[in-house]
Ligand binder design. Structure first.
Ligand code: ATP
Ligand code: MG
Length: 271
């Protein structure tokens, strides 16, 4: 008799959240920011968290970053519990949070300062490589005040990528930029994600942005923050945010938002 054949076990999800809940207390009020969030993100997947203001997107990202602790549930990265921030999960915010007293290259080098096993020359090489990746090698010695908003976010992206994190966490990183600059960055981010094979969790309240970037769009509803529905986006890449196909997907997601919330004020904040 032949030995029974068995399939190899499926690889564990890069990120795995089970029953995650989070409460805040502010000015005497209890706020249920997140409730029963269960989500698996595969290695190399680009997942967008979409939802109206206050639905807990940033809180969820901060928990994955290890900046906040969940009150309930579990969070695993590569099967290991996440309890603290780590270089394997780098975060990028709406404001670039660059150091104004350092030049562009020094800002990127800063994120490599604690990287073990690298000497100064190797750090410099890695920092230069990442500045090139975001198209800013000619600005290595510029200071933050000399950069446009889009350039600052490019430096922030280079800084987040330089320590070679497995997971990139992005909290509305392009929200403060003009439409044209944003479009360039959508193209660049898709290229970098594909070439560098990162797992990305990207927060936005912009439906088209979510459809343009995500393999999957996870829709959160507010009060308390819960997963309302997930959409898989199978449009070819690189995606053009102005394409008719992309608009069709965005309309479908918008309809789900309106159907559930009945066109409430908070829903209208999702643009
Ligand atoms: N440190 C905190 N203390 C008290 N309440 C908080 C804190 N952080 C978040 N909250 C509350 O938790 C809820 C979720 O907030 P969060 O910032 O995660 O929402 P969000 O979806 O990121 O919103 P936005 O789109 O406006 O950035 C909100 O009601 C918010 O007021
Ligand atoms: Mg937020």
């Amino acid at each position: 008799m032949n030995a029974p054949t068995s399939l190899p076990p499926a690889p564990p999800a890069k990120l795995s959240l089970r029953g995650v809940g989070k409460n805040f207390r502010a000015r005497g009020n209890d706020i249920r920011a997140l409730e029963n969030i269960s989500l698996d993100v595969s290695e190399g997947e680009f997942v967008c968290l979409l939802g109206p203001s206050g639905c807990g997107k940033s809180t969820l990202l901060n928990i994955v970053a290890g900046l906040e602790r969940a009150d309930e549930g579990t969070l695993l990265c590569d099967g290991e519990p996440v309890t603290d921030p780590g270089r394997d999960r780098m975060m990028m915010f709406q404001e670039s949070a660059l150091f104004p007293w350092l030049d562009v290259l020094e800002n990127v080098l800063f994120s490599l300062r604690l990287k073990p096993g690298m000497n100064a020359a190797e750090r410099r090489e890695v920092a230069e490589f990442h500045l090139q990746l975001v198209g800013l090698e000619k600005f290595r010695h510029a200071f933050v005040h000399e950069l446009s908003g889009g350039m600052k976010q490019r430096v922030a992206l280079a800084r987040a990528l330089a320590p070679n994190p497995r997971v990139l966490l992005m909290d509305e990183p392009f929200a403060a930029l003009d439409a044209l600059t944003r479009e360039q960055l959508y193209g660049d981010l898709q290229r970098i994600w594909r070439d560098r094979r990162k797992t990305i969790l990207f927060v936005t309240h912009n439906v088209r942005e979510a459809v343009c970037l995500g393999d999957r769009v996870v829709l959160l509803s507010p009060h308390p923050g819960r997963i309302q529905r997930e959409f898989r986006v199978e449009l070819p890449r690189p995606r053009d945010i102005n394409s008719v196909e992309l608009a069709r997907h965005a309309t479908e997601i918008m309809a789900e938002l309106k159907g559930r919330n009945g066109g409430t004020a908070s829903e209208r904040k999702v643009a």
